[in-house]
Ligand binder design. Structure first.
Ligand code: HEC
Length: 169
């Protein structure tokens, strides 16, 4: 009897786990079909950055393939399967220490996905951006990525990547 109960509970977990993993489909894909990378909120940091013109604080994060490549210094080119994310917040003055700027309202999450073949038309990287807390996909149609490519062309010789992994001891 107990065995049946345990078996039943395990089966239940086994069936529900994939459902739970796939459950976050409330976020619409980008107009070029790229889906919001699952689990990006748990990715490790590759570098922070700050935009003086937009007054945004950012972190550039990566999936395991990207972070491992960064730690190994193998980032030109980045390996296929690497995904980098850039998470941006409006700057906010720390309420207890005015000289400190800290993250305020969330602005957007942007991603670059490396796949030389799949994204050959945009330099081997797929681009996607989701705006605000409700994660609204950015761009009217698939051509929005041309805007990303245009700006990132400035760093074409660095595999289209502005970010250099921040140095660690
Ligand atoms: C006006 C220029 C410009 C445009 C347009 C632009 N980017 Fe960037 N992007 C940058 C700069 C500069 C950085 C370096 C870090 C920063 O801005 O904080 C960057 C960084 C990134 C990063 C982190 C990896 C890296 O290259 O450093 C991602 C991911 C990214 N951008 C995605 C996008 C996507 C997706 C789009 C289009 C929807 C886009 N970018 C459009 C200028 C641009």
């Amino acid at each position: 009897m107990l065995q049946h109960l345990i078996y039943g509970a395990l089966t239940c977990v086994a069936i529900m786990a994939p459902l739970a993993a796939a459950a976050d489909t409330t976020v619409q894909p980008a107009p070029n079909g790229i889906e919001l990378p699952q689990g990006y909120k748990d990715w490790r940091v590759i570098a922070p950055s700050y935009r003086t013109d937009k007054k945004h604080v950012r972190v550039i994060v990566g999936n395991d393939i990207a972070v491992n490549a960064a730690r190994a210094g193998k980032t030109n080119p980045w390996p296929d399967g690497a995904v980098l994310g850039k998470l941006s917040w409006k700057e906010k003055v720390d309420e207890h220490w005015a000289p400190a700027l800290v993250p305020g309202d969330f602005v957007q999450a942007e991603f670059m996905l490396k796949d030389e073949k799949k994204y050959a038309s945009t330099g081997g990287w797929g681009y996607a951006r989701w705006l605000g807390m409700d994660q609204k996909p950015y761009g009217k149609d698939a051509n929005f990525a041309q805007e990303c490519v245009a700006c990132h062309t400035a760093v074409k010789s660095n595999d289209w990547m502005f970010t250099h992994p921040a140095k660690l001891p």
